[in-house]
Design a protein around this ligand. Structure first.
Ligand code: C2E
Ligand code: CA
Ligand code: CA
Ligand code: CA
Length: 277
C-alpha cells in the first residue's frame, strides 16, 4: 500500500523528468530543424481600432517537425536561445517574411509586417544588419518592417540602444514587446529608443475583470501616452475589451476577435478585404 501523497509526488517527479527529457530531445532536434529549414510563418492581422482597417500583420514562426507535428514557439524559441540557434532562426524568419510578403508590401505602401526579435538579436545588432542587407533590392521600404523587441530575457541596454537607434534611423518602427511581463520594464522604457509599446495579452485578459491587474492595464496605457509611444494591444478576444481599448484611444490591436494567425495566402485575402481603400 502506498499513500496517495507519495503517489502524487512520484507522478510529479515523473512528469518533470518527462518534461526535461522532452526539452532535451527537442533541443537536439532543433539544430537539425534549423539546418533543414523546417520553419514557416503565420501572419496575425493588426487592426486600426477606430476604423477596423487592417494595417498589417505580426509574423509568427511555426515549426513543423519531420513527423508532421507542430511545436509551439513559446516552447522552441527559448530552446533556440539556450542552444545558440536563435540568430540562424531569425535569419530564416527574415527570409520567409520577405518571400511571403514582398508582393503585398510593394503593392500597398501603407501596409507593414512586424518581426519578433529575441533579446540576443537586439543586443548584438546582427539581425538588423542582416535585415537591411536582405531588404536591399526587394522594393520593400524599411518603414514597412516593424520590429518587436521582447523584454523577456536579458537585453544589454547599452548595446541595444545603439542597434535600435540605427534601426530607427533606417526607418523601421521599433516596439517593446511583452511589456510588463519581464522584470526591468521601466528601465527599458526610459533607456531604449522606441516608437511603440505592445500591451501583453495578460493585461488585455484583465480588462473587465476585478483582478488587481486591471488598473495596471490602464496605467500602462497612460505611461505609453506620456512617453509619446503608440500602443498595440495583443490578444483582443471580446467586444468589451475592444470597446475599452477604443475608449482609451489605443491605436492598434490584434487578437482572435479579429483573426487568428493566418497562412500567407489567407492573410493576403484578409488584408485585401479590410485594407485602406
Ligand atoms: P508574442 O510575441 O507575445 O505573440 C503573441 C502570441 O499570442 C502569439 O502566439 C499569438 O498567436 C497569440 N495570440 C494572439 N492573439 C490571441 C488571442 O486573441 N488569444 C490567444 N489565446 N492568443 C493570441 P504564438 O504564435 O504561439 O507565439 C508565442 C510567442 O513566441 C510570441 O509571443 C513570441 O514571443 C514568440 N515568437 C513567435 N514567433 C517568433 C519569431 O519569429 N521570432 C521570435 N524571436 N519569437 C517568436
Ligand atoms: Ca510579438
Ligand atoms: Ca513576445
Ligand atoms: Ca505577448
Amino acid at each position: 500500500f502506498i499513500p496517495l501523497g507519495v503517489l502524487g509526488a512520484l507522478a510529479m517527479i515523473g512528469g518533470v523528468v518527462w518534461l526535461s527529457r522532452r526539452r532535451l530531445s527537442l533541443r537536439g532536434e532543433l539544430a537539425t530543424a534549423v539546418r533543414r529549414r523546417e520553419f514557416f510563418m503565420h501572419y496575425q492581422p493588426i487592426i486600426e481600432l477606430d476604423t477596423g482597417i487592417c494595417v498589417g500583420a505580426e509574423s509568427l514562426v511555426r515549426w513543423c517537425r519531420a513527423d508532421g507535428t507542430l511545436v509551439r514557439p513559446d516552447l522552441f524559441i527559448p530552446l533556440a536561445e539556450e542552444a545558440g540557434l536563435i540568430e540562424a532562426l531569425t535569419d530564416q524568419v527574415i527570409d520567409h517574411v520577405i518571400t511571403d510578403m514582398r508582393e503585398l508590401l510593394v503593392q500597398d505602401r501603407t501596409a507593414h509586417i512586424a518581426i519578433n526579435l529575441a533579446a540576443e538579436d537586439v543586443s548584438s545588432g546582427r539581425a538588423l544588419k542582416v535585415l537591411s542587407s536582405k531588404l536591399h533590392g526587394t522594393g520593400i521600404h524599411p518603414q514597412q518592417i516593424w520590429l518587436e523587441a521582447t523584454e523577456r530575457g536579458f537585453i544589454d541596454v547599452r548595446r541595444a540602444r545603439t542597434s535600435l537607434a540605427n534601426a530607427r534611423r533606417l526607418g523601421h518602427c521599433v516596439a517593446i514587446d511583452d511589456f510588463g511581463v519581464g522584470y526591468s520594464s521601466l528601465q527599458y522604457l526610459q533607456q531604449l529608443p522606441l516608437d511603440a509599446l505592445k500591451i501583453d495579452k495578460s493585461f488585455i485578459d484583465a480588462i473587465g475583470t476585478d483582478s488587481a491587474t486591471s488598473p495596471v492595464t490602464s496605467h500602462i496605457i497612460d505611461m505609453a501616452k506620456t512617453l509619446g509611444l503608440f500602443t498595440v494591444a495583443e490578444g483582443v478576444e471580446t467586444p468589451a475589451q475592444l470597446a475599452y481599448l477604443q475608449a482609451r484611444q489605443v491605436e492598434f490591436g490584434q487578437g482572435w476577435l479579429f483573426s487568428k494567425a493566418l497562412a500567407p495566402a489567407e492573410f493576403m485575402a484578409f488584408h485585401q478585404q479590410r485594407k485602406q481603400q
